[in-house]
Design a protein around this ligand. Structure first.
Ligand code: CP3
Length: 359
């Protein structure tokens, strides 16, 4: 296996010292990049792009080539699992994902079965193998999946939702049915992430985009418990190196202690939590990833540098910080503004930190 030449991400996730925090960006390959839009145009539609390993590999590498980031994340989507379950995923332009056969009745729930990741999701594994080879040890490759709760919101609502009315009615009226859906999804996701690790993923992230819409009690039993089960079921090493797991619950700042207790290596933070407070609360149990407000990238490059310094300063000196946005980069962002953020992180040193504290 090729030697990994830049292992800052893996070292920071293991809470080992690094020369500076590693930086990668959620949704780093996407519509804000003209080179992505060109490949997307060639593919015709988003799902075709995800299912073509040559094109998925090409767009995965685009932000690495452009910005010199410290990690690649495989180009794919969290909805690959429900797609493989046969729910009829399609994307309506300007409106996001839709399922033509949403899960509503007891019969729909009974029919759900975990897909075989090497068969129905074989295209994701092919993209990972090809990308790992193309990276040739430049930076580590991150695999990912959605949390069972987050996937269930799309499967039950039939698409994106503002208030989660349908799935929450099920949660309160028929918790048994919802638990059955989440149970199948937890098994499917464990097998999917383990297959990604076998195909070359060197770290994995679980995106719990909608966990923050739950009450504390519901969060624990309908989202966290299933993520905990996944974390416990993962193969945590490959090629003789640990494979770290990052847990990201958007708007989950009030539950960091519980999230750290799952055994995850790192927690992703959105921008509504102060990363310094988060560090004090979780101690040295986990690494922290984040958490610049993605909207800072609409401001000027000078402001971006200042706000990036602020996050780096708040994160402090203790090992175990991975710089990232608090959520995905927006499609309207100027790539030059992303470059201003990345260059600021790369130029960060102890000297900056000291000056900054006296500002
Ligand atoms: O981070 C990366 O660069 C890897 C790629 C990635 C995509 N989706 C590509 C994508 C990742 C990690 C995701 C995860 C994902 N997908 C989430 C969790 C995200 C988070 O940050 O919390 C969710 C909720 C989805 C479901 C989904 N897929 C939505 C809501 C959309 C947007 C639809 C729209 O039109 O805005 C997608 C499509 C999608 N996934 C795009 C990309 C680049 C845009 C598709 C296009 O090119 O038209």
């Amino acid at each position: 296996m090729t030697e990994l030449r830049n292992d800052r991400l893996l070292r920071a996730l293991a809470r080992e010292p690094v020369d500076r925090p590693p930086v990668w960006i959620m949704r780093q390959a996407g519509r804000y990049l003209p080179e992505y839009r060109a490949v997307r145009e060639r593919a015709g539609d988003f799902l075709t792009l995800c299912q073509n390993p040559d094109m998925a590999c090409e767009v995965t590498l685009q932000p690495i080539d452009r910005f010199g980031l410290d990690a690649a994340i495989i180009f794919s989507d969290i909805l690959t699992i429900p797609h493989a379950m046969g729910l009829g995923l399609h994307f309506v332009s300007g409106e996001g994902p839709r399922f033509s056969d949403p899960v509503r009745s007891e019969r729909d729930v009974e029919r759900l079965a975990a897909p075989d990741p090497e068969i129905e999701l074989g295209y994701v594994m092919a993209a990972l193998r090809q990308t790992r080879e193309a990276l040739d040890g430049r930076v580590p490759l991150i695999g990912f999946a959605g949390s069972p709760w987050t996937l269930a919101t799309y499967m039950i609502e039939g698409g994106s939702s503002k208030d989660f009315a349908t799935i929450k009615a099920m949660l309160y009226d028929r918790p048994d049915l919802l638990h059955r859906v989440l149970d199948v999804l937890a098994d499917a996701t464990t097998a999917y992430l383990n297959a990604q690790i076998a195909a070359g993923a060197q770290a994995v992230q679980i995106f719990d985009t909608w966990g923050g819409a739950l009450s504390p009690e519901a969060y624990r039993s309908f989202s966290l418990a299933y993520m905990q089960r996944i974390v416990s079921g993962l193969t945590r090493a490959s090629d003789g190196r640990p494979v770290p797991v990052i847990l990201f619950t958007k708007n989950g700042g009030q539950w960091l202690e519980d999230m750290a207790a799952t055994g995850a290596d790192a927690l992703g933070l959105d921008w509504t939590t102060d990363i310094g407070d988060a560090r004090r609360r979780v101690g040295d149990r986990v690494a922290l990833q984040g958490n610049l407000d993605p909207c800072v990238l609409y401001a000027s490059p000078d402001t971006i540098a200042r706000e990036t310094h602020h996050v780096l300063t708040r994160a402090g000196d203790a090992p175990g910080h991975v710089f990232n946005l608090g959520h995905g980069v927006h499609p309207a962002i100027d790539p030059e503004h992303v470059a201003a953020m990345v260059e600021t992180v790369k130029g960060w040193s102890t000297a900056d930190r000291t000056t900054n504290e006296h500002e």
